[in-house]
Design a protein around this ligand. Sequence first.
Ligand SMILES: C/C(=C\CNc1ncnc2c1ncn2[C@@H]1O[C@H](COP(=O)(O)O)[C@@H](O)[C@H]1O)CO
Length: 174
Amino acid sequence: MNICVFCSAAELDSVYTDAAREFAGLLGKRGHSLVWGGSDSGLMKVVADGVQEAGGRLIGISVEFLRDVARPDADEMIVTADLAERKALMLDRADAVVVLVGGTGTLDEATEILELRKHGMHAKPVVVLNTAGFYDGLRQQMARMEAEGFLPIPLADLVTFADDGQQALELLGA
Ligand SMILES: C/C(=C\CNc1ncnc2c1ncn2[C@@H]1O[C@H](COP(=O)(O)O)[C@@H](O)[C@H]1O)CO
C-alpha cells in the first residue's frame, strides 16, 4: 500500500518523534511505501528514516522552491512546480492518508484532502494519528460541525482518529 503521510517539518519533542518513529517502523515492516513531502527535516525526516530503516520504500513529492532540501536517497523523488500540484500528486500516488502532528502546512494538506473526499472526488481513507491528544481540539471542532449540520456526510465517513500507529494502520486495514 502507498501511504501518504502529512506531518510537521519542525524539530519536535520526543513525545511526538517517538510516536512517529513507531508508526514509521510498522509501516516499513509491513512492506508499505511512504508518500511524503520529500524533505529531510523535522518529523518528516523521522518518518522517512523509520520507514527506510524498516525496509519500506520512500516516494518523495517535493516542490520546486524546496528542491534543495529534498532527501537525496529516496527511492523516487518528484519535484512539482507548486504546492497545489504537489498536493494533487501526493493524493494521486496514495492509497490512504495518515495525518501526523503538524502545523499550518499539515493542516492545509489535511483539509484539502478531506474537502475532496467530502465532494466524492476520492474515496481514500484518511486517519488522523492523534498523538498525545494533539488533535483533540480538531476532533471536537469536527464533532460540532457534524452535530450542527455543517457536514453533508457523517464525520466517520470523512475521517477517523487513531491513538497510536498500530490503530492507525488497523483502521486502514494495512
Ligand atoms: C528544511 C527546510 C524546509 C523544509 N520545509 C518543508 N519541506 C517539505 N515540505 C514541507 C515543508 N514545510 C511544509 N511542508 C509540507 O507541509 C507539511 C509540513 O508543514 P508544517 O507546517 O510543518 O506542518 C508537510 O506534510 C509537507 O508536505 C528549510 O528550513
